[in-house]
Design a protein around this ligand. Structure first.
Ligand code: ZN
Length: 502
């Protein structure tokens, strides 16, 4: 037993009883300091948008769900406690580590395992860690963590660590293979962060991964397998640049930089997909820059020929008020993604269902200016952007009361009740009409429409265009730079002290 580790092995009697009846063996550690994780706002509202500067809704068609991201899509909007930085980041010269939240685990344990049969755990404030037999189940408790090793077997034994900070997990030293969670394999080290602000059983599972190791798992889930290598390379540069901006923004604001899902970028974790690995390796250290600083390279699945500016669809601010993210084309984006299966689509809802969803959302978001509505008498487009994408809707209810909804809020409201993962409205580029008691919505594209259109990139790549040509089209004025690495981050063990062998 390691001195000062905060852990004690179970007694033989304890093992015996734990085996029979899962009796908890309590091993108290050291008093600790709070982890300091920040709170999140649960509801998305117009007023909270500035706090979500790099929120995006990139949905490569393989990325419509995030299976390991429990609750991710619902609570990603957060208000920063400090003002935004004035400058976009410089392209990094060292390979940074990115913190990816793969799951927001609520009211259930985090279950992790590793091919070696062992996992090493350490409390944030403990001086040493300890190895446990995998699989493990981790429960946050009021003043610490409860860990069950050999979870689900007859050898199961429970431990307690008195630690109100986070709990780190990593593979044993000299072992190979990735940590497994929820059927996926994840590179890097895991950290379980308690979320007492939500409830005492809630935690976030965050993996810390060197950026270049993170990126292949983004490409593997954002793009179709049959797509062009040049699309993959353009996506690699965009995903790297986007990630660098997220890291700059969130580093001192919350305990993760991105989520694995639509709210940031999809991430499958570890991947053996050669096309994804090659695209990242062939563009290693390449960032998209404008005025010498990294561009927050928002992208979405399909613009439907009606792109939006980042200011309109992401947030206002100095980061987005730059030429590469502004729509300057006089007309619609022709010859972009007309042949995409999601370029045009239609959805319809009964008026009563529409009203229910809008009223529920406005109530949850505390938007008294948006509801409640009493039925719908008329529903028309208000403002459009310079290329004709609907930006607001004007709605009059049966009492003659008028409401002005942002198209993006309307989309969120209608999707919020659609059983979570179902994107019944793929974008907010909508033309509404009322027909026979129903709201008919003619939609275009998939996602927010700012920055690169993934389907459009693929059509360009198919016609022989280079990754740089693709990026120059979708981020006009920006250029690709290749950063030398002055020192390389060691792979996945760099974030924690070395672990003992089991
Ligand atoms: Zn497009």
């Amino acid at each position: 037993m390691a001195v000062n580790s905060g852990w004690q092995p179970p007694s033989q009697a304890g093992r015996f009883f734990a085996t029979l009846a899962a009796i908890v063996i309590v091993a108290w550690g050291y008093m600790t300091i709070p982890s300091g994780c920040e709170t999140e706002g649960a509801a998305r509202s117009r007023s909270s948008l500035p706090g979500s500067p790099l929120e995006k809704n990139s949905t490569g068609s393989n990325a419509t769900t995030a299976s390991a991201s429990v609750g991710v899509a619902k609570d990603f909007v957060e208000k920063p406690k400090t003002p935004p930085p004035l400058e976009r980041p410089l392209p990094p010269t060292d390979q940074p580590n990115i913190r990816v939240r793969v799951a927001a685990v609520r009211d259930e344990p985090v279950q992790l395992t590793h091919p070696s049969g062992w996992l090493w755990l350490k409390g944030e404030n403990a001086q040493a860690g300890r190895t446990f037999r995998a699989p493990i189940a981790v429960y946050p408790v009021v003043d610490g963590w409860r860990i069950v090793e050999a979870f689900g077997t007859t050898q199961a034994v429970s431990f307690r660590l008195k630690e109100i900070g986070s709990l780190h997990a990593k593979a044993p030293q000299n072992s190979s293979g990735a940590i497994q969670f929820n059927g996926n394999m994840y590179l890097g080290n895991a950290t379980m962060v308690r979320r007492a602000d939500i409830n005492e059983n809630a935690s976030d599972l965050v993996f810390t991964v060197p950026l270049e190791e993170y990126l292949p798992g983004v490409l593997a889930k954002e793009l179709f397998k049959g797509w062009q290598a040049n699309t993959y390379q353009a996506q690699a540069i965009a995903a790297r640049s986007y990630a660098a901006c997220e890291m700059e923004w969130w580093r001192n604001r919350r305990h993760y930089d991105v989520v694995a899902g639509q709210a940031s970028q999809a991430w499958v974790g570890a991947t053996s997909d050669a096309k994804s690995l090659d695209a990242v390796a062939n563009t290693r250290g390449q960032y998209l820059v404008f005025d010498g600083r990294v561009v927050p390279t928002y992208y979405s699945s399909c613009c439907g020929g009606l792109p939006s500016s980042a200011v309109d669809s992401i947030r206002d601010g100095t980061w987005t008020q730059i030429a590469p993210l502004t729509i300057t084309e006089k007309g619609r984006r022709t010859m972009c993604c007309e042949k995409a299966p999601v370029a045009k689509w239609q959805a319809s809802f009964s008026i009563s269902e529409t009203v229910d969803r809008m009223n529920e959302w406005s109530k949850q978001a505390g938007r008294k200016d948006l509801g409640p509505m009493n039925g719908i008498k008329s529903f028309v487009v208000g403002e459009k952007n310079s290329v004709g994408r609907s930006m607001t809707f004007l709605i009059t209810d049966r009492n003659g009361k008028r409401f002005t909804w942002d198209a993006s809020d309307f989309r969120v409201a209608m999707n919020a009740s659609a059983n979570g993962s179902s994107d019944s409205l793929k974008s907010s580029a909508l033309e509404p009409r009322i027909d026979n008691g129903r709201i008919i919505l003619d939609g275009r594209g998939y996602g927010h429409g700012a920055g690169m259109c993934q389907y459009g990139a693929e059509f360009m790549a198919k016609s022989g265009k280079s990754p740089r040509a693709i990026l120059e089209r979708y981020y006009p004025g920006a250029t690709v730079v290749t950063m030398p690495e002055t020192s390389s981050a060691s792979a996945t063990t760099s974030a924690l002290v070395s672990s003992p062998k089991p």
